[in-house]
Design a binder for this molecule. Structure first.
Ligand code: GDP
Length: 199
């Protein structure tokens, strides 16, 4: 399916603009600059499917991508969080949009929470993890930019992240380490997504 057609469907700045919930969905979350756009592009083999949006004041939107023809499932790029200088109303809007989406989207099968391999889970990530646990949306933690750390450091952050995930009700115990740059973990992540949308 990842080799077939994948196309941008629409952006939803508010819940009333969501597409009809007709197929399973998998959503991507992560702090700004975590490598979310790069990972989406690596997964789909498209260079510019997801564009970076690193401007704090920018509109916060959910971006939907159709996978397969006939349509099989959708990828949802959730707005990034954790901008150092984000205006308060932007943060509030993010919180309401993401929380309402997570709680109300029956077709949402899985979320992928992206965490930088160099940093591990930080306080800035706890809000989305709490929201996912609260909404009972099962999620996979995905380490990004694994090429930027040594193998021993990667093992250590994997172990720390695994221990953290075990304490959370909706977290999948397997943590995936990826590098969009090197293609590491990408086939495994595709398999995890296909598993989530077909079970
Ligand atoms: P986003 O804000 O989460 O969408 O992050 P981007 O995908 O725009 O990536 C942020 C920065 O990290 C960019 O400069 C990317 O080139 C870099 N980056 C993303 N993924 C990787 C990776 O796997 N390895 C390395 N070395 N750099 C990456």
């Amino acid at each position: 399916l990842f080799a077939g057609p994948i196309a941008f469907l629409k952006s939803a700045p508010q819940l009333k603009f969501l597409p009809d919930p007709v197929v399973p969905e998998v959503a991507f979350a992560g702090r700004s600059n975590v490598g979310k756009s790069s990972l989406l592009n690596a997964l789909t083999g498209r260079n510019a499917l997801a564009r970076t949006s690193n401007t704090p004041g920018r509109t916060q939107e959910l971006n939907f991508f159709d996978v397969g023809d006939p349509l099989a499932f959708r990828l949802v790029d959730m707005p990034g969080y954790g901008f150092a200088k984000a205006p308060k109303d932007v943060v509030r809007k993010w919180r309401f949009l993401v929380n309402d989406f997570l709680r109300g989207r029956a077709v949402l099968k899985r979320a992928l929470v992206l965490i930088d391999s160099r940093h591990g889970i930080k306080p800035v990530d706890t809000e989305i993890l709490d929201m996912l646990d609260g909404a009972a949306v099962s999620y996979h933690i995905v380490l990004t930019k694994a090429d930027k750390v040594k193998a021993t450091e990667l093992d250590a952050v994997l172990e720390r992240t695994r221990a953290n995930a075990r304490k959370r009700p909706a977290a999948h115990p397997d943590i995936l380490a990826t590098s969009s740059e090197k293609g590491m973990g990408i086939p495994e992540l595709r398999a995890a997504i296909l598993g989530a949308v077909t079970d």
